[in-house]
Design a protein around this ligand. Structure first.
Ligand SMILES: Cc1cc2nc3c(=O)[nH]c(=O)nc-3n(C[C@H](O)[C@H](O)[C@H](O)COP(=O)(O)OP(=O)(O)OC[C@H]3O[C@@H](n4cnc5c(N)ncnc54)[C@H](O)[C@@H]3O)c2cc1C
Length: 396
């Protein structure tokens, strides 16, 4: 039911609900276009309670999940570089990326396909060639790897801070420790109630990460928050896991699909497994404490395929994926309220896109349309017959 009430709430052009990865980028892009923006964040800026913490996130051009992500990635790289220049802080580290698996596995074959289709510089390496070139890797003899030199990582928590600093410099108002309790559509407006006050805006971006299903009833049964765990292990040969010697990786092996990083920020080689133990959870009841079984799973993999990286444990952290049924993003208008845009469920591979998604959100709010191709992310794909080729499960 549309609310018709007149209120004395403070008014903005756009309210951004959630100032994590996506929301911070949205605040910046909206504010720099001169819109009056309020960003509302229930925790701190930055914080370790959502999906964007744990030091860093992989960025790569070779995209096995679906080649149509590549044009968005080209723009994402440009925008990350602009942001790091604006805040004079290194946010993007280039290490090269490895996508490896059996010859028919989608991590290898999909990555190669995206490189060929988009004419990306790349090399195909046998397992032996990979080990010779990057000796930290000891993959099965029949595995193949795509090496793409533009891959690397983003310093994710600092990226959130950088977007917030840049947004504030452009005039955005950001409130941390202020939890949105409810939002209600009014005619051409949205009314937002928090635990500190009442606000109104012409439009609302919901970028609430793992909590989006709790704030948007229509997504409640569609998106699934999932517990993830990351491990940092001290390498026994640290020189093999330095950023110049060890590209970030996506790896499909019989044990599952894994990703990893060189030593950076924490004195350990970082490793994670997609869909870790398959634990779908209520985001308000995440078991944040890593357990022995979490550590064992990641250490086993490191011992088998990265034996020189599997020394003492340096750190363990938990985090959320927010999965959609096909593991592509949801980036679309609310099915009933045109003044509300939904921008969060990114199925474990969204951080690298935050910069360009911020731009897309600003396009949608300011102009009602975007030049970027976002058809893959529409909500109607879950109700209409599929119109796009299906891609591969989520990734980093
Ligand atoms: C372990 C792990 C590894 C990953 N690796 C990669 C990778 O290598 N590369 C990659 O590209 N992606 C990766 N991802 C995915 C990526 O990190 C996420 O897609 C991205 O961080 C999601 O950003 P977000 O803004 O949707 O969520 P968040 O950054 O969590 O932001 C959502 C925000 O909304 C706030 N919020 C929620 N409810 C309310 C409320 N009621 N009121 C106010 N604020 C609220 C939350 O506090 C939070 O700050 C990984 C994810 C995980 C968990």
């Amino acid at each position: 039911m549309m609310n018709q009430r007149k209120s004395s709430a403070i008014s903005y052009d756009v309210i951004v609900l959630g100032v994590g990865g996506m929301g911070s980028a949205a605040c910046f892009h909206l504010a720099r276009r001169g819109l009056r923006v309020l960003g509302l964040e229930r925790f701190d800026i930055p914080h370790m309670m959502g999906s964007s913490h744990g030091v860093n996130r992989i960025i790569r051009l070779a995209y096995y999940e679906h080649p149509s992500y590549v044009p968005l990635l080209r723009r994402a790289y440009e925008l990350w570089r602009e942001l790091q220049a604006a805040v004079a802080e290194p946010l993007l580290q280039i290490t090269g990326s490895i996508d490896a698996g059996g010859p028919d596995d989608e991590v290898f074959s999909g990555s190669l396909h995206s490189c060929e289709l988009h004419d990306l510089p790349h090399e195909v390496l046998s397992s032996g060639e990979l080990r010779h070139r990057f000796p930290g890797y000891r993959l099965p003899a029949d595995h193949l790897a795509v090496y793409q030199p533009d891959g690397g990582f983003l310093v994710s928590e600092r990226c959130v801070v950088a977007h917030v600093v840049a947004a504030q410099a452009a005039g955005a108002e950001i409130h941390a420790r202020e939890r949105v309790m409810a939002w209600e559509p009014a005619v051409d407006r949205v009314h937002v109630t928090t635990d500190r006050g009442e606000y109104e805006a012409g439009q609302l971006v919901v970028a609430a990460g793992a909590w989006i299903g709790k704030l948007v009833a229509e997504l409640g049964s569609l998106v699934q928050p999932e517990r993830q765990v990351l491990a940092w292990l001290q390498p026994t040969r640290p020189e093999l896991f330095a950023p110049g010697r060890f590209p970030v990786f996506n790896l499909a092996v019989p044990e599952g699909r894994y990703y990893g990083f060189p030593v950076w920020g924490v004195p350990g080689f970082k490793i994670g497994r997609y869909h870790h133990l398959g634990e779908v959870i209520d985001p308000d009841h995440l078991d944040r404490e890593p357990h022995a079984a979490d550590e064992r799973l990641l250490r086993d993999l490191a011992e088998r395929y990265f034996p020189d990286g599997a020394g003492p444990t340096m750190a363990l952290r938990t985090c959320f994926f927010t999965n959609t049924p096909d593991e592509h993003f949801i980036l679309d208008r609310h099915p009933r309220y045109q003044q509300v845009v939904l921008a969060s469920p990114c199925s474990g591979h969204g951080f690298k896109f935050c910069s360009v998604i911020g731009e897309i959100l600003a396009d949608l709010m300011q102009k009602g349309a975007t030049r970027h191709e976002i058809g893959l992310f529409g909500l109607d794909r879950f109700t209409a017959p599929p119109s796009v080729a299906s891609g591969q499960p989520g990734s980093a």
